[in-house]
Design a protein around this ligand. Structure first.
Ligand SMILES: C=CC1=C(C)c2cc3[nH]c(cc4nc(cc5[nH]c(cc1n2)c(C)c5CCC(=O)O)C(CCC(=O)O)=C4C)c(C)c3C=C
Ligand SMILES: [Fe+2]
Ligand SMILES: [Fe+2]
Length: 349
């Protein structure tokens, strides 16, 4: 039988938490013009003269905190996800490969494996629920670049977002419910990775989301490619699945880098505000990530916990990511089935 190829792609992670490997990773990642979207010579100066020398040693200390015996959790869960998805889809009809946008295993190697298996169709799933040019867009561009010189380019399909997929929502809600059933929380936050505001403005197609007048946070139907709108949509669906009212949760954005404005509200400001309102216990979801990594475990789970406690809070709980949860694997399986050509449509001649 002709196999269909599935390529799942996550961001990537350093090969080790050594400063040299972290620097190599940050250089490749941040030299991507979709991630730091400024003039290339300015980006080169910023990355090579400021970020690589000064941020790499700081980030390396953070990476040591998440590193496990098997390596970086982002990679470990990527490998587990690949095997579980392969098992769910069956070996006869599908071949699943994992690639990382930066560092290893590379997208190039994963595509070569699919090519060697002579697949007639490739379904690419960037593992980012909400579309952003810096993530999903960058993966799409890289895959197109790499396949550009293939003699035979098979049928190729990209899953551009899954921020409102029922199984994605259900998986996060199930994990979160464990905590909500154990004790009550004064408030819930949904903290997403941030983005420079200009990247949101550049991604507007026609129906421009107005960052300042609130339409962006309400109007997701019209602009599924607006990252900020998609984050609000995920949050509304999660809140509904968890039975939360509007005043019981807040959407916010973390990880700002540099001085330019990033999308707001910032998570740090939100934490300070909640503490100043007398909220003592907070449950924190991080639904821009499908696997635990530096951004969830250290930033949300440790640094924001410290900040909340410094500001007077007493109980901060991070909800772990989807990792290898069966509903997450079922979500990926469903995305593949909905995207793949039906048997009679596949070219086999
Ligand atoms: C300009 C900088 C950055 C943009 C834009 C950005 C967008 C973005 N990133 C993720 C997902 C992840 N980012 C991770 C780490 C990370 N991100 C940046 C910078 C930008 N991200 C840096 C410098 C780092 C490295 C860590 C650090 O030094 O703080 C990770 C974690 C990787 C890991 O190995 O654990 C993920 C995942 C998304 C989803 C996103 C835009 C929507
Ligand atoms: Fe990032
Ligand atoms: Fe928007």
């Amino acid at each position: 039988m002709v196999k269909k190829g599935v390529l799942i792609v996550n961001l990537g992670t350093p090969d080790s938490p050594e400063v040299g490997d972290v620097r190599k990773y940050l250089r490749e990642f941040l030299m991507d013009g979709r991630v730091i979207d400024i003039d290339s010579w300015k980006r080169w100066m910023l990355v090579n003269l400021i970020i690589a020398p000064f941020r790499a040693p700081k980030s390396a200390k953070e990476y040591i905190k998440v590193w496990e015996d098997e390596g970086s959790p982002l990679l470990t869960y990527g490998v587990k996800t690949k095997h579980l998805l392969q098992e769910a889809l069956g070996e006869e009809e599908y071949l699943v490969e994992l690639g990382m946008r930066y560092q290893s295993p590379s997208i190039a190697q994963a595509l070569d494996n699919l090519k060697a298996a002579n697949v007639k169709e490739i379904i690419v799933i960037p593992l980012f629920p909400q579309y952003a040019s810096a993530t999903t867009g960058s993966v799409t561009a890289k895959v197109m670049e790499l396949m550009g010189d293939w003699q035979v380019i098979p049928d190729i399909k990209f899953v551009q977002h899954f921020h409102r997929h029922p199984l994605f929502i259900k998986a996060f809600a199930e994990i979160g419910k464990k905590y909500l059933e154990k004790q009550s929380y004064d408030h819930v936050i949904f903290s997403y990775h941030g983005l420079p505001e200009r990247q949101i403005i550049k991604a507007q197609i026609k129906t421009c989301c107005q960052l300042k007048n609130g339409t962006c946070s309400k109007n997701s139907e019209k602009n599924t490619f607006c990252y900020r709108s998609a984050c609000f949509e995920t949050s509304r669906l999660l809140a509904s699945a968890l039975g939360l009212q509007e005043d019981q949760y807040t959407v916010c954005f973390q990880s700002r880098l540099g001085k330019d404005p990033w999308i707001q509200p910032y998570t740090e400001d939100t934490i300070k505000k909640l503490a100043s309102e007398g909220k003592k216990s907070v449950l924190a979801f991080s639904p821009a990530f499908v696997a635990d990594c530096l951004e969830t475990t250290v930033e949300v789970g440790q640094e924001y916990k410290e900040l909340f406690e410094e500001e007077g809070g007493t109980h901060w709980q991070l909800v772990e990511s989807l990792n290898d949860h069966p509903l997450w694997i079922a979500c990926l399986q469903d995305l593949v089935h909905n995207t793949a050509s039906k048997a009679e449509e596949v070219f086999v001649g």
